[in-house]
Design a protein around this ligand. Sequence first.
Ligand code: PLP
Length: 400
Amino acid sequence: MGRGFDLEARLQSREERGLRRELAPVDRIGPTARRVPDPGADVPAFDANAEGLLVFATNDYLGLAGDDRLAEAAARIAHEFSTGAGASRLVVGDTFVHRDLEHALAKSKETKRALVFSSGYAANIGTITALAPDVVFSDELNHASIIDGCRLSDAEIKVYDHCSATDLRAAMDRRACESDEEESWLVVTDSVFSMDGDIAPLSTICSAAEHYGAWMMVDEAHATGVYDGGVVGQLGLEDRVHIQLGTLSKALGSQGGFVAGNETLIEYIANTARSFVFSTGLAPPAAGAAQEALRIAQMTDRPRTLQDRADHLRSGLKDLGFEVLGETHILPVLIGDRENAVALDEALRDRGVLAPAIRPPTVPEGMSRLRVAPTATHTSEQLDRCLDAFEAAGEEVGLR
Ligand SMILES: Cc1ncc(COP(=O)(O)O)c(C=O)c1O
């Protein structure tokens, strides 16, 4: 017996609890891809003759990750500047490319400034810990990076019912009665929830926060690029939301995260967010690609095309008798039982469609689902193949 770590036993335990995950490389990021089982330390080998799967599993909602214009922007920046920032932004990693992107992001968010991080995860943990709130009121389905930020910040965490401004108000009421001292309060929510495909009622949540003088933070990871200015922008809430957060890694087809707000907020975050201060600046080619993606999202009808694709798939799945949750471009097909969800996932793969089963603990027991995420670059014919596969797979598994 040493003082080390029995990782084999830990992995085995995860396996037994159905929590073991496996990497499976793909040959490209796009509407179709070939996928091979985890090759371990070996380089993956793709069979050139194998037919690719239809992929409904990425967050590359606008289909920009494989776009030539982004690749050209990234290559140009790599040649003109560098492939990496070389240092923290606060040392010598702060380039014109970062500033240009931050300017464009702030403009799209109608804020004074924005600050880019190396990921959305880093943006969330950095921002929340830097604010160091006394109390955080957090939606029960908020993303893991928000939860981790709250935990790391040492704040008292009050979780309110999903999308319930009523429960939020009740939680704030209770806290206000419990504590007589002046505390700093932060309310934080995703705008679009990635596993439920629904949208937080931001106006009523803002009203609750305002009633108690709390600050409001909204994570727009799944709305950035999909809705101009995010959900906050669509609802005209820029002046009521203190902190707008987003990612460059999903609809913008690149890598990185950002926070947007007023001058003082950004200056403070740049000085104190440890995931910004003690981390190399975002790679300039990723910043260049994201800026090009933002331009495409704003200047073309890609977001509209995505909504059309999602509407087509949503109504087709409903016509087949499936229950589809939410109201956005993310389509969670509710199955309920975890085994049935896994069986449907496998039956779809056998028919060339990748739409992964989402099981507990990611979602509550009895709420297993398949997360179907179309992209703007799926063709109508591919959407119809997806629906045909759902019809046949559903019958095979006994869900129709
Ligand atoms: C709501 C939300 N916030 C933040 C993140 C993290 O963003 P990134 O992938 O850029 O680290 C994610 C990623 O899944 C997310 O869903």
